[in-house]
Design a protein around this ligand. Sequence first.
Ligand code: UGA
Length: 324
Amino acid sequence: MNAILCRTKWRIFGVDTDCYRIQQYLQNERVEFFCSDLSAPGVVQRIAQFPIVVNLAAICTPSRYMSQAVTVIRSNYDYPALLAEACQKSGSWLIHFSTSEVYGKTPADSGPLKEDETPLIFGPVQSSRWSYATAKLLTERFVAGLENLRWTMVRPFNFVGPYMDFMPGVDGEGIPRVLANFSTALLKGEPIKLVNGGCARRSFTSVFDAMDFLFDVFASPEKAFYQTFNVGNPENEVTIAELAEKMRRIYAQLRGVSLASIPEPCSIDGEAYYGVGYDDSLRRLPDVEKAERLLGFKASTPLDVVLRESLSWFVDHYGAGTEL
Ligand code: UGA
């Protein structure tokens, strides 16, 4: 929201289930905010009155994919499909945020994932982890199948940065994604939990790079129509165990304490931690050639920089009274 207000003269109609992180923008005369999800009567039609629609709405927390599979599917297929149809009718350009998880159950030896070539393979239906990814993929297919809808599809690869997710017990419940979860453990002085030893790999991407990507899309609609883009940073690929180690080091520096005073991580079984049906992608490495070729976009923020800024924000935001 801030980037759009600073870099354009556009009006914004924002819809979200809460607004506590954007309070400072709500008085701006170019901002109108409606507190709701996409299921509220008339809301998708109202959104589709705007010429550009960016759909970021989703339940995208893996801990909910098993226990709330139906809600997750509705959030990631039913309502986005309604919004896409509303955009088709109104003539809006739909920029839909899908997920890197549509690449599915990628093995440890998989290579770079290409938007228009890599097969998308999921685990069995009993592995309810894939409820989210299959719903997201169906939305991609639905959007691509709608005639006369101008669309652009985005597959984010683990965006990270300040304001991400929540701290369990403070402003949310359950297990947030890995960065917020590791930050919480560090703040509480508890061991970081490495699911199945932390051998899975991810390519973490600064949310500020992701924003630059979005502006590159805005600037080149003709090149972005009917295209699916990976948005990721292959240079930031790490195992989750390596991520934990980096975060322990940065946290020790931020707090001015020795690394030895920060608890060692421990391993935990995936199904014991998240619930029956949990499964994982073992490697998610984006091929980013297409975004660079068509839009001139390349993510550039190094992992250590984005981890430091995220962890500093987390400590400032939630850390009062937790001096080591
Ligand atoms: C999730 C969503 O399902 C994706 O749609 C989304 O695109 C992606 O986050 C993202 O942020 O872009 P995932 O990468 O599996 O996918 O999400 P995390 O919960 O952040 O987990 C990353 C890895 O860390 C997984 O291997 C997980 O098992 C591990 N993990 C997570 C831990 O080892 N410990 C934890 O406490 C939390």
